[in-house]
Design a protein around this ligand. Structure first.
Ligand SMILES: *[C@@H]1O[C@H](CO)[C@@H](O)[C@H](O)[C@H]1NC(C)=O
Ligand SMILES: *[C@@H]1O[C@H](CO)[C@@H](O)[C@H](O)[C@H]1NC(C)=O
Ligand SMILES: *[C@@H]1O[C@H](CO)[C@@H](O)[C@H](O)[C@H]1NC(C)=O
Ligand SMILES: *[C@@H]1O[C@H](CO)[C@@H](O)[C@H](O)[C@H]1NC(C)=O
Ligand SMILES: *[C@@H]1O[C@H](CO)[C@@H](O)[C@H](O)[C@H]1NC(C)=O
Ligand SMILES: *[C@@H]1O[C@H](CO)[C@@H](O)[C@H](O)[C@H]1NC(C)=O
Length: 362
């Protein structure tokens, strides 16, 4: 889905407060047997983003653009229509997800961490920009949104100006929510409607920011988000410094064996996951260098003298190449800008058409 259509979809389906911007599925295995399999992580992995951008072969941008800086992945609302969001290509089938992050400030601005499965099992952390004392935890089973009584808020000190470690520890027996070294909440399988509302199918990790307090949202959503967003008071920035994920299952991929959505029905395919292969692949110059056998490294060092004579040619080649790359990059940025501008026009048109009149639905 294109960035703005996700946001629009989230607004249209904004029946009630939840992290709607990220809670969608492109194929629900409870309705059809043709859904694609879920690529696994099948291991543990640490993604450090303070100074390194996320690997786009592992993390997909599903809305807007995340800014990668020395601080981490910055999810920024600069103006109306912004809601940068990313999600992991991989899924975990029970495991641990620890996110070290700082939430965004701003009344009505929602920073969120979501674990979501294809059949809409969901585990959430939600941070309201106007609330500097509490964070919301929540969960849903199979997209059952008939009641919204599962959210519980826990104290946390100044989440908008302090990095904290938010951890979900998920097994087939229970889900635990941890803030730093403290376990704040436990949900046992049997306590979630006898397991029926217990998240138990392979989930991916979604991170993003969205304007719960956009005036187009239902009154209930705006109220929950803490009030209207002041788009002139930004930018509002959520910063994710590090993500640790551990998959308790090792395998290549997961699939639904039937339409029950029970964890017993999930099939595990053995092998090395694509995500793990990508994580272990050498990256960048130093990565390539370290991956070379020692003899090759010695040979390269020995020929360094020869390299010196070639350096002039190399410099010339490099600069021509860089200028070409620069032009290409510029063209790409321009294309992206045009695409975003077109989306904004479409977004505004839909708003003008009253596509969002939904206050009666809350
Ligand atoms: C996975 O966990 C093991 C042991 O707990 C650790 O040694 C290793 O560094 C971890 N790998 C990643 C990629 O985090
Ligand atoms: C992620 O992006 C890749 C292309 O880079 C695409 O093939 C894949 O379907 C995307 N996955 C999801 C879950 O959107
Ligand atoms: C923050 O959330 C807690 C829990 O819902 C609530 O008691 C408190 O009043 C909220 N603070 C603000 C400033 O909204
Ligand atoms: C959805 O959850 C509610 C409780 O939150 C429960 O009463 C209802 O039966 C559930 N619906 C389904 C289809 O499981
Ligand atoms: C995050 O918190 C969890 C739970 O307390 C802990 O196991 C993990 O080591 C912490 N991660 C970091 C990087 O501190
Ligand atoms: C998959 O791996 C598990 C554990 O390594 C093993 O017990 C099982 O027999 C394997 N299954 C297949 C189909 O290879």
């Amino acid at each position: 889905m294109a960035p703005f259509s996700i946001f629009i979809f989230s607004l249209l389906s904004a029946l009630l407060p939840t992290v709607l911007a990220q809670t969608w599925t492109s194929c629900n295995p409870l309705n059809t047997t043709n859904c694609p399999t879920n690529p696994a992580l099948g291991s543990n992995a640490t993604f450090k983003w303070n100074g390194t951008m996320a690997d786009s072969k592992i993390w997909n941008t599903t809305a807007g653009q995340v800014q990668w800086t020395d601080k981490g992945g910055e999810f920024i609302i600069n103006g109306r229509g912004d809601s940068p969001t990313i999600q992991s290509n991989f899924y975990i089938f029970f495991g641990v997800v620890s996110i070290i992050m700082q939430a965004a400030t701003g009344q009505g601005v929602v920073s969120s961490i979501v674990l979501e499965s294809d059949d809409l099992d969901e585990v959430d952390w939600e941070f309201l920009g106007g609330n500097t004392t509490h964070v919301e935890t929540n969960y849903f089973g199979k997209g059952n949104t008939t009641s919204y009584d599962r959210a519980i808020y826990y104290p946390v000190s100044t989440p908008q100006t302090t990095y904290h470690n938010y951890t979900v520890h998920w097994t087939s027996a229970a889900i635990e929510w941890w803030i730093d070294d403290n376990m704040v909440r436990t949900l046992k399988y049997e306590d979630a409607l006898g397991g029926k509302n217990f998240p138990q199918t392979p989930m991916n990790v979604r991170l993003g920011i969205w304007p719960g307090g956009d005036e187009a949202n239902s009154n209930g959503t705006i109220e929950w988000a803490g009030g209207l967003v002041d788009y002139h008071g930004g930018p509002y920035t959520m910063i994710v410094q590090q993500v640790y994920v551990q998959d308790f299952t090792s395998g290549k991929e997961y699939s639904y064996g039937d339409m029950t959505g029970s964890y017993q029905s999930i099939k595990v395919t053995n092998g090395t996951s694509k995500a793990l292969a990508e994580i272990n692949a050498p990256h960048g110059v130093s990565g390539h260098w370290n991956a070379l056998p020692k003899t090759a490294r010695i040979a390269i060092v020995a020929s360094a003298a020869g390299v010196a004579t070639l350096s002039l040619l190399a410099i010339i080649f490099c600069c021509i190449k860089q200028r070409r790359a620069g032009r290409r990059e510029h063209a790409e940025i321009e294309a992206q800008r045009e695409k975003e501008a077109a989306e904004l026009v479409e977004y505004k048109r839909q708003m003008a058409d009253g596509a969002f009149s939904q206050s009666s639905r809350y």
